[in-house]
Design a protein around this ligand. Structure first.
Ligand code: BGC
Ligand code: CA
Length: 293
């Protein structure tokens, strides 16, 4: 099973995919390229929805339109006027070199998003959660590259990745309060000798987790309850950044990748770096949650 490139775009850092079940469209972003795209299945030309500096995640909004993270703040995006309006002030205050990275909503409509050091060196980032009517709350600190978010189908466990640690962690999670506790490692790429570092992730309807390998040209599927590797899928791009289930039946897995910082030789050998891919993995995913705020 080989994922196929489904759009004409070659992104610098393709990220933040989310599925809009009302419109049957996949939103995704190019972070450093600064673009929000909409991909309609079976159409090779993705629509540019909006240019936004360092846009790192995008989600459908319950009341209509989209919500997104850009630089250090959350924004709303009106799909008719294409106007961007801030939902929050900057979350990172004085740390100019940080920016938002991966973000996703939980089943209660809270928007979780983490930050990272743009130089990818210091643990100056954090994980935030934005709840209707409230200010963003910092939930985790000392993060270097905040990535991979997901929840178990029963919403009792939240998954999280700080990429340079090469670990996927799990936390006890309360859907009612949005509180997390008891962070522990469930997959360690160093111990299991996996290529690259764990980046974005997605949870399927069987509760298994799919992890994107940045620098590892693959996706892996794991059983989070025992940390066992179930399977590996090669992706024809070096830097696999994230994945998200979509399609009318949630049986299509969309995969975003990055071309940034690859040398000319690698780019020539793998011309699909930066493409959006799709594969039907034989298992359905969980729906993308909308932002309720
Ligand atoms: C970030 C990239 C980073 C990569 C490393 C991505 O999520 O957007 O800037 O290089 O993670 O894992
Ligand atoms: Ca990512």
């Amino acid at each position: 099973m080989i994922p196929e490139a489904v759009s004409n775009i070659r992104a610098q850092i393709g990220e933040g995919p989310s599925w809009d079940a009302r419109k049957n469209v996949l939103y995704w972003v190019d972070i450093t390229g600064g673009v929000v795209y909409a991909h309609t299945p079976n159409k090779p030309y993705d629509e540019v929805i909006k240019s936004v500096n360092d846009v790192s995640s995008v989600v459908p909004r319950k009341g209509g339109g989209l919500a997104l993270t850009s630089q250090h703040a959350y924004f709303g995006l009106d799909l008719k006027s294409r106007d961007l309006s801030p939902l929050t002030a900057s979350v990172e205050g004085e740390i100019e070199t940080n920016r938002f990275n991966d973000g996703k909503c939980d089943a209660a409509g809270r928007y979780w998003a983490g930050t990272m050091d743009s130089l990818e060196k210091s643990p100056s980032g954090g994980l935030y959660v934005l709840e209707k009517g409230l200010r963003p709350k910092k939930v985790l600190s000392d993060v270097t590259i905040s990535n991979g978010l997901g929840w178990s189908p029963d919403n009792t466990t939240m998954y999280y990745i700080d990429s340079p640690t090469r670990k996927v962690s799990a936390m006890d999670y309360s859907l009612k309060t949005g509180k997390v506790k008891n962070r522990r490692t469930i997959v360690d790429f160093s111990v299991s000798r996996q290529p690259g570092s764990p980046d974005g992730m997605s949870v399927d309807s069987e509760g298994m987790i799919w992890v994107a390998h940045w620098g590892g040209a693959s996706l892996t599927r794991w059983n989070p309850s025992n940390g066992k590797l179930i399977g590996t899928m090669a992706v024809p791009a070096e830097q696999v950044a994230s994945c998200c289930f979509g399609g009318r039946n949630l049986d299509e897995l969309y995969i975003t990748t990055a071309s940034i910082r690859l040398d000319a030789k690698t780019l020539a050998a793998k011309p699909l770096n930066g493409a959006l891919f799709m594969v039907k993995p034989g298992v359905r995913g969980l729906p993308t949650n909308e932002f309720d705020g």
